[in-house]
Design a protein around this ligand. Structure first.
Ligand code: ADP
Ligand code: ADP
Length: 224
């Protein structure tokens, strides 16, 4: 079967992480989230983590050269050779071009970019109520997707906390950064005929079904 190299794309709070948790179970593909990788580096106190933290705390993008090197290394690992799902990368045109270059040198290419569309006011509601588990970053929402037990992760029993960058000022900045620096990528992938749009305002299960249908169609198209 041809490999599936997907990008999950959308504003902060669109539900990428929530869908990642579901898609991970459906497909045997590595899920590569640059946000999760950076947070792990911050937690471990690595050089990269120290450099990235100040940008992340402000809701600014971490400089392209740091991110591109981190992703290039990850995509070189054995488990990514038969396909991958990228979440949170690329976020700038320069990152997208670097990714295309790396893949084309390996005679590989992106299969599709799946855009989860959600308006700004919904993003603000979602991020303000988001809670994540300290152990693995599983996502919940105090109102829309609450855990079974208050403050405790359903999947691994660890404590739920609010991310530092889910505070109102930082949320506003992240949205601005998304519109200015990341949204131009919609055109970039549209022009390549790779963009697939999903209505992200529906329930997590409906969004999941829609993404699975899109992936099934991509596989059929590839088989033809
Ligand atoms: P979101 O919940 O906004 O989707 P992420 O977890 O993907 O957030 O990212 C958190 C932060 O990590 C971003 O605000 C940014 O500072 C940094 N980051 C993640 N991915 C990238 C990237 N591809 N380029 C630059 N910075 C990134
Ligand atoms: P992203 O990774 O794109 O930043 P998340 O998956 O972390 O987004 O979702 C942000 C918040 O919105 C979380 O609190 C999550 O529980 C909630 N959420 C995700 N998908 C939906 C949905 N379809 N409807 C309502 N809330 C959602």
């Amino acid at each position: 079967m041809p490999e599936l190299n997907l990008i999950l794309f959308g504003p902060p709070g669109a539900g990428k992480g929530t869908q990642a948790d579901r898609l991970r179970i459906d497909f045997r593909l590595p899920f590569i989230s640059t946000g999760d990788m950076l947070r792990a580096n911050v937690k471990d106190g690595t050089e990269l983590g120290k450099k990235a933290k100040e940008y992340m705390d402000q809701g600014e993008l971490v400089p392209d050269e740091l991110i591109v090197a981190m992703v290039a290394e990850r995509l070189g690992e054995p488990d990514a050779q038969d396909g991958f799902i990228l979440d949170g990368f690329p976020r700038t045109i320069d990152q997208a071009e670097a990714l295309d270059k790396q893949l084309s040198e390996l005679k590989r290419h992106i299969t599709a970019a799946v855009l989860i569309e959600v308006p700004d006011d919904e993003v603000i509601r979602r991020l303000s109520g988001r809670r994540v588990c300290v152990k693995a970053g599983h996502n919940y929402h105090v109102e829309f997707d609450p855990p079974k037990r208050d403050g405790v992760c359903d999947q691994d029993g660890s404590r739920l906390i609010q991310r530092d960058d889910d505070k109102p000022d930082v949320i506003r900045n992240r949205l601005e950064v998304y519109h200015n620096q990341t949204e131009p990528l919609v055109d970039y992938y549209d022009q390549k005929g790779l963009m697939r749009r999903i209505d992200g305002t529906r329930s997590p299960d409906e969004v999941h079904d829609h993404i699975r249908a899109v992936i099934a169609t991509l596989r059929l198209e590839d088989d033809v």
